[in-house]
Ligand binder design. Structure first.
Ligand code: KIV
Ligand code: NA
Length: 258
């Protein structure tokens, strides 16, 4: 049975942890979906892990649509969320509806994610929701703001923690169906998780969130560098290198094909 926003919210109430991972193409999406991942995020981290950019900022809507459509074709059960790329939604609610609508209409995404919980963004979220577009929030470390904030942990001071808590509550009130909490202290993530009616999906936010998300390239050992809070469960870089060396050796020694 396909995952829905209603189920994700029920799972929070039932204490069932939500498993989320990123994907950027058909092959990866198919593996994640068949392995039973609940939510697949076409994260704009694909700018770095699939396209070789230094940050998430350069990726375009058309590039994100191209990857999202491929992920959707590889997914049967998981809920597919697409990241709205930098400056495709910050201008106005109208711009956000236009951009988000393309992800649902042209690429088959079931929801979008956007960064920030400041008042103008909360208004944008409520307008997207009213237009029929499910929205996942994202507060704490927001990588599209790297030029202003860097990649450091957010919410360390009492005031900053209070601000992030208020942003999360406002996004919940605006109708977001879930919220990513990135790189904030464990106790702050626990407080937010307790206060919200919607599930929190943590990344570098400790064990008390309602679910966890990681960048799949980090999980698989494929990324050039991973953040301190990520964990690798495989070394695909090593496995692929060995396979390529084995193939090269057999070709050069005329052992393949037989
Ligand atoms: O782009 C991404 O991969 C993300 C996750 C880290 C939440 O936004
Ligand atoms: Na992202």
């Amino acid at each position: 049975m396909p995952v829905t926003t209603q189920k994700l919210i029920q799972w929070k109430q039932a204490g069932r942890s939500i498993v989320a991972l990123t994907a950027w193409d058909y092959a990866i999406a198919r593996i994640l979906d068949e392995a039973g991942v609940d939510l697949i995020l076409v994260g704009d981290s694909l700018a770095m892990v699939a396209l070789g950019h230094a940050t998430t900022l350069p990726v375009t809507i058309d590039e994100m649509l191209h990857h999202t459509a491929a992920v959707r074709r590889g997914t049967k059960e998981a809920f597919v969320v697409a990241d709205l790329p930098f400056l495709s939604y910050q201008e106005s609610p109208a711009q956000a509806i236009h951009s988000a609508g393309r992800f649902l209409k042209e690429a088959g995404a079931q929801a979008v994610k956007l960064e920030g919980g400041y008042p103008a963004m909360v208004e944008t979220v409520s307008q997207l929701v009213l237009a029929g577009i499910p929205v996942m929030g994202h507060v704490g470390l927001t990588p599209q703001s790297v030029n202003r904030l860097g990649y450091k942990q957010q919410g360390r001071t009492r005031d900053d923690a209070q601000r992030i808590l208020q942003e999360a509550i406002a996004l919940d009130d605006a109708g977001a169906f879930a919220i990513v909490l990135e790189h904030i202290p464990t106790d702050l993530a626990a407080r937010i998780t307790e206060k919200l009616s919607i599930p929190t999906i943590g990344i570098g936010a400790g064990p008390h969130c309602n679910g966890q998300v990681l960048v799949t390239a980090d999980v698989l050992g494929l990324s050039a560098q991973k953040p301190p809070f990520a964990k690798s469960y495989a070394n695909l870089h090593g496995i692929i290198t060995q396979a390529v060396r084995d193939f090269s050796g057999e070709v050069r020694q005329h052992q393949f094909p037989e």
